[in-house]
Write a protein that binds this ligand. Structure first.
Ligand code: BES
Ligand code: MN
Ligand code: ZN
Length: 489
């Protein structure tokens, strides 16, 4: 595990294996950023020119490594580009990219702009997130170990590093869960891990097993899970604070593997469907983070856990489910299963009388078509709530964009036999029809937001900034940010 601490010592004499410094991109080449000026003089003021000579410009994300030949205590200098004016997310990404490039090095220090508490936290958090690796299943030792000791050069209080540590551990937990193969993470196992991790953070945790779900009328969770020999679970995590005036409810889609069910997916769309529990992961990670930070809000989190597989006991297209809300749903496509488990989770969450329900889900391929890999879609029955969620995501550096719930799409969800169908006859606007489906299960007068993060939950491409390949832990920090904005909910 990687640790981070703050140190206000002069970076020139800091005992470390690699010193990371920032450069902005100026008109005439790289310009030392705050934290790097003192260093430049240790190199006789020639640092910027030397970097320019290896084609380093200071553009955001750019990296250059230089041996220091004894000019400073650290044997290696890592210059990272900050662009014109980095902002907090720019700092997180620069710190993350630099630390990621140092895998195999034991200790690293970061002399990036960190005068304010926000900056110092951003540098610490980006560094910790960039140090993440998932090596549990490697036996050949080829993967280099992440940097284990990080030092952020800053005069800020140590509590900043502690906060960054809590946030990074929440995100890392989610990444681990997403990266774990589905043979090792089925609903009951996920519930067990949530019980352990939740209890450790001081949450109260209740788990409904498949029999309790059947008896309780959770037709969506039961229907989706019935094709698998690993039965479904519903986990409820609760946190309360004596000074809390508001209650937030989170509901996460937790499909531990989505084969599509009898409406089977083609192989190319299936091989990464272990990530279909990213929403439940984000809810678990956020609940733990909120508890550890002791935020003055009440929060409940629901993990809607099921495995979507085809078999002789699987639900069929045209089956009708009795949802927890009482509404019936015709299953026209067993691959539109996320909305079926969420409809039960949302209806159950409403019983906690929350001020706001936020569901998080890897819900539709249409989200990726509309917004790409890195931008989640945010829908809501309340304009101010939607803006609040988008703002919280923006502050966390997580891409999110407001999307509408056009009334006219509701008609396509009419079913000839049940109250509602789970599939719209047209695929256009598929992210929005999924949102409109979920809205049907939010009781009148309850404020609700839906975050579709099908793309952002899993990085199929190359690592960038502090984001690794595979599970990203997306939206975890957005949810924690919402709890921090409790006064506005
Ligand atoms: N889990 C998928 C959505 C998904 C797709 C997540 C790609 C991440 C990456 C979801 O359960 C699904 O299969 N949705 C269908 C819905 C359709 C049948 C209405 C889809 O998007 O194709
Ligand atoms: Mn599906
Ligand atoms: Zn799914």
């Amino acid at each position: 595990m990687t640790t981070v601490r703050l140190n206000s010592a002069d970076p020139v004499s800091l005992d470390t294996d690699a010193l990371i410094v920032g450069f902005r991109s100026g008109q005439d080449g790289p310009v030392p950023a705050v934290g790097a000026e003192a260093l430049d003089s240790a190199f006789g003021g020639r640092l910027a020119a030397s970097l320019a000579s290896v084609a380093f410009t200071g553009k955001a994300g750019e990296l250059a490594k230089l041996p220091t030949f004894g000019a400073i205590a650290s044997p290696l200098l890592v210059a990272v580009g900050l662009g014109d004016s980095p902002g907090l997310e720019g700092l997180r990404r620069a710190a993350g990219a630099a630390v990621r490039s140092l895998a195999g090095t034991a200790r690293a220090a970061l002399a990036l702009p960190a005068d304010t508490a926000e900056e110092a936290e951003a540098v610490a958090l980006g560094a910790l997130l960039g140090a993440y690796t998932f090596s549990r299943y490697r036996t050949n030792g080829e993967q280099k170990a992440p940097v284990s000791e990080l030092t952020v050069v800053s005069g800020q209080d140590e509590s900043v590093a502690e906060r960054a540590g809590v946030l990074a551990e929440s995100v890392s937990l989610v990444r681990d869960l997403v990266n774990t193969p589905p043979s090792d993470l089925w609903p009951a196992k996920f519930a067990e891990l949530a019980e352990q991790a939740g209890a450790k953070a001081g949450l109260s945790v209740e788990v409904l097993d498949d029999q309790q779900l059947r008896e309780g009328g959770y037709g969506g969770l039961v229907g989706v899970g019935q094709g698998s020999s690993n039965p479904p679970r519903l986990v409820r995590l609760a946190y309360s604070h004596p000074e809390a005036a508001k209650t937030l409810a989170f509901v996460g889609k937790g499909i531990t593997f989505d084969s599509g069910g009898l409406s089977l997916k083609p192989s190319a769309s299936m091989d990464w469907m272990k990530s279909d529990m990213g929403g439940a992961g984000a809810v678990l990670g956020a609940m733990i983070g909120i508890a550890r930070l002791g935020l003055p809000v009440n929060a409940v989190g629901y993990l809607c856990l099921a495995e979507n597989l085809p078999s002789g006991t699987a639900q069929r297209p045209s089956d009708v489910l009795h949802s927890y809300s009482g509404k019936t749903v015709e299953v026209l496509d067993t691959d539109a299963e996320g909305r079926l488990v969420l409809m039960d989770g949302i209806a159950r969450a409403a019983e906690d009388s929350p001020d706001l329900i936020v569901d998080v889900a890897t819900l539709t391929g249409a989200q990726i078509v509309a917004l790409g890999w890195r931008t989640a879609g945010v829908m809501s029955n309340d304009d101010a709530v939607r803006e609040l969620v988008v703002e919280a995501a923006g502050a966390a550096g997580e891409g999110a964009w407001g999307m509408p719930l056009p009334e006219e799409l509701r008609k396509g969800l009419d079913s000839p036999v049940a109250d509602l169908a789970n599939l719209h006859p047209e695929r256009w606007g598929g992210m929005l029809t999924a949102g409109i489906f979920l809205k049907e299960f939010v009781p009148e007068g309850v404020r609700w937001a839906h975050i579709d993060m099908a793309g952002p939950a899993f990085n199929k491409g190359e690592p960038y900034g502090y984001t690794p390949k595979g599970g990203t832990g997306a939206i975890t920090r957005t949810l924690i940010g919402l709890a921090e904005r409790h006064a506005s909910i």
